[in-house]
Write a protein of this length. Structure first.
Length: 318
C-alpha cells in the first residue's frame, strides 16, 4: 500500500496536460527534508482532511543551490541529477508514510519539480485550495530573509498560503484570529477563517487596528473620549459590514469583533498572543510585483512576528 501511494505522482504544470492528478482543489505542501518538515506536513494533512481535499506533497529539486556551474561540469550532471532526485524521493517516501499513519483515508500524490523552489510552489498554487510551507521556529521569524521560500510564496501565490513555524504544536484549531480592514482582501480572509472555524469547531475573533485618526479637525489621542468612542464605533460598523454577510453563510460559528488602537499588524499579532490563537488569517492585496514584498505590508509583518500558523489569503485567488 505504501509503495502504491509513493508512486502516484501529479502534474506539476497547471497549464499543461493533466492525466487527472493535479493541484486543482487540493492542499499542496512543500517539504525540504529538514527537521521542520514534520509539523508542516502534519498541519497540511489535517487541513486536507478538514477540507475533504486530496493532499499533494512536493519536494522541489533545486540544483542551483548545490553546485556552481564549474563544479557541476567536473562532477558530471547525470550523477548529480540522480543524487538530487534520490534525496527528494526519500523525503517524499517518508512523508507519504507519515500521512498514511495520520490520515489513512486521505488521497495523496507526490511530485519532484525542478527549479527555484519558490517559483515552483507558486506555479503549483494555481487552482489549489491551500499551499502549506514551513518557516523558522518561534522567535526567529522576524529574521527571515527576503530570499527565503516562505515570503516569496506568500507574496505571489494564487491561493491561500499557510506558513507553519517549525516548532508548531499541531492541534485542531480552537481559536482563530482574522484581520479585517474593510477591503476585498479582508473579506476573503474572513470567509477563509469562518470556513476553517466551521470545519474545526473553532471560535473567530475579527480584529481591526487603527492608529491615527482625526475627528472634527483634532487628532484622536484620549481613550474613552467622545471622539475616541466615535472612531471605534465607525470602525466597528466597517468590520460588521464585512463580517456579517459571511457569518450568515456560516451559521453556528462563534464570532466576536475586536477594535484595537495600534497598527493593523501589531493589533492582530497581539490579539493572537493574548487569545493563544491556533491560527491567524490575514488578507493580501494583489498577487505579484514589488508591492507584494513591501516591508510595511500587514500580511508580511504578521507572518514574521506572529509566532504561530498564519494563513495569507490573496484578494485575487483563482
Amino acid at each position: 500500500m505504501a509503495e502504491d501511494i509513493v508512486r502516484e505522482t501529479f502534474a506539476t504544470d497547471p497549464g499543461g496536460p493533466d492525466e487527472g492528478l493535479g493541484t486543482a482543489g487540493a492542499v499542496v505542501v512543500a517539504l525540504d527534508g529538514s527537521t521542520g518538515d514534520e509539523p508542516v506536513l502534519d498541519w497540511a494533512t489535517d487541513e486536507a482532511a478538514r477540507l475533504g481535499a486530496p493532499l499533494r506533497v512536493v519536494s522541489v529539486v533545486d540544483p542551483g543551490v548545490q553546485l556552481t556551474p564549474y563544479e557541476a561540469l567536473v562532477s558530471g550532471s547525470p550523477s548529480l541529477a540522480d543524487g538530487l532526485e534520490q534525496g527528494a524521493r526519500q523525503v517524499l517516501d517518508r512523508a507519504t508514510a507519515r500521512v498514511r499513519d495520520r490520515e489513512p483515508g486521505l488521497h495523496v500524490a507526490t511530485a519532484m519539480p525542478w527549479g527555484p523552489p519558490a517559483a515552483a510552489i507558486v506555479r503549483l498554487s494555481v487552482g489549489a485550495l491551500r499551499v502549506v510551507v514551513g518557516a523558522p521556529g518561534r522567535g526567529r521569524l522576524e529574521r527571515m530573509l527576503l530570499g527565503s521560500v516562505a515570503l516569496p510564496v506568500v507574496a505571489h501565490a494564487r491561493c491561500p498560503v499557510a506558513v507553519v513555524p517549525a516548532d508548531t504544536d499541531v492541534v485542531r484549531p480552537r481559536r482563530i484570529v482574522v484581520a479585517v480592514d474593510g477591503s476585498e482582501a479582508s473579506g476573503r480572509a474572513v470567509e477563509t477563517a469562518l470556513s476553517s472555524a466551521q470545519a474545526s469547531g473553532a471560535s473567530v475573533t475579527c480584529v481591526l487596528g487603527w492608529h491615527l485618526e482625526v475627528h472634527h479637525g483634532v487628532v484622536v489621542t484620549e481613550p474613552g473620549s467622545d471622539s475616541w468612542v466615535e472612531v471605534e464605533r465607525r470602525y466597528a460598523a466597517l468590520v460588521h459590514g464585512v463580517v456579517d454577510p459571511v457569518v450568515q453563510r456560516h451559521p453556528g460559528v462563534d464570532v466576536t469583533v475586536d477594535i484595537r488602537h495600534g497598527s493593523p499588524s501589531k493589533a492582530v499579532v497581539e490579539a493572537g498572543a493574548e487569545l493563544d490563537a491556533d491560527l491567524i488569517v490575514v488578507g493580501r492585496r494583489g498577487h505579484g510585483g514589488f508591492a507584494g514584498l513591501l516591508l510595511g505590508s500587514v500580511s508580511r509583518q504578521v507572518v514574521q512576528h506572529a509566532g504561530r500558523v498564519v494563513v495569507v489569503v490573496p484578494d485575487d485567488a483563482d
